[in-house]
Design a binder for this molecule. Structure first.
Ligand code: FPP
Length: 253
């Protein structure tokens, strides 16, 4: 009997993933600026919120592929400190989608060993969503397959302000403050800096994302809008990352 088409496809996908892993270094920490939801929707004459929904549906395949590839930390830019400037309707819609996605995906994420974390300022986030985030963090805190770091109401400058405030509040003497100290006071304390930062939709900006941690990250920009950024696009980004010569300011080996 012929092998069903879906099975062939799944086998090919598994083999492709295995070959990427065998021949390439998989970045430990990947961070993504998920851009282009609005333009994806406009191209289809849909409201912007439909783009955010499609972008959210895309998370599932990127998370699965990340676990499969062996990525250990995935940081996603879900909502920036500047995104509050968007129309109230869009902000509310996004907050609703975030709440829905936690409800919908939490069981599977937990089953697959994903540890959920949050970076950013939770205070301005609606109460209901705050509670869901806190309970997802608590429920998954012992998982160790992949750390999913959700940047929500996140801004790189705000993060540095918060770090400086905490250091001052704790009375740290200037003599003790060096780069490692600052790293320890950032929201990402304890996590390695991102190896690879991906930005979808063709914009060449950091948009206040991981501005301290990204000092030596490799950047990869693709024209593809976030809802269309699938597992093959992720593999392509990793293949590009592998061609980079990371010198961290030094010389090639
Ligand atoms: C940028 O597209 C995208 C966002 C501001 C929101 C991204 C959020 C999600 C995909 C929701 C789920 C996320 C998590 C981690 C649960 P844009 O609206 O700026 O697109 P445009 O530049 O084409 O207008």
């Amino acid at each position: 009997m012929a092998t069903p088409f879906a099975t062939v496809n799944q086998t090919l996908a598994r083999e492709r993933a295995a070959s990427v892993q065998a021949s390439t270094r998989v970045p430990y920490h990947v961070a993504i600026i998920m851009d282009g939801n609005g333009r994806w929707a406009r191209k289809r004459n849909l409201p912007r919120i439909a783009g955010h929904k499609a972008g959210t549906d895309n998370l599932r395949r990127i998370l699965r592929a990340s676990v499969e590839l062996g990525i250990k930390v995935l940081t996603l830019y879900a909502f920036s400190t500047e995104n509050w400037r968007r129309p109230q309707e869009e902000v509310n819609g996004l907050m609703g989608i975030l709440e829905m996605v936690i409800e919908r995906e939490l069981d599977e994420l937990d089953r697959n060993g994903v540890q959920i974390r949050h970076i950013g300022r939770l205070d301005r986030v609606p109460q209901g969503l705050q509670l869901k985030i806190k309970s997802a963090i608590e429920r998954t805190k012992h998982n160790d397959k992949l750390i999913l770091n959700v940047a929500l109401n996140y801004g790189g400058r705000a993060e540095i302000v918060d770090a400086v405030r905490a250091m001052v509040a704790e009375g740290l003497s200037a003599d003790y403050i060096d780069e490692d100290t600052i790293s320890r006071y950032l929201y990402t304390c304890g996590l390695p800096d991102p190896d690879l930062i991906i930005r979808t939709s063709g914009e060449y900006r950091t948009s206040n994302f991981l501005i301290w941690q990204g000092a030596y990250s490799e950047y990869y920009v693709t024209e593809t809008y976030w809802p269309d950024f699938d597992e093959n696009e992720l593999r392509k980004a990793i293949e590009h990352f592998n061609k980079r010569d990371r010198r961290f300011g030094g010389l090639s080996q």
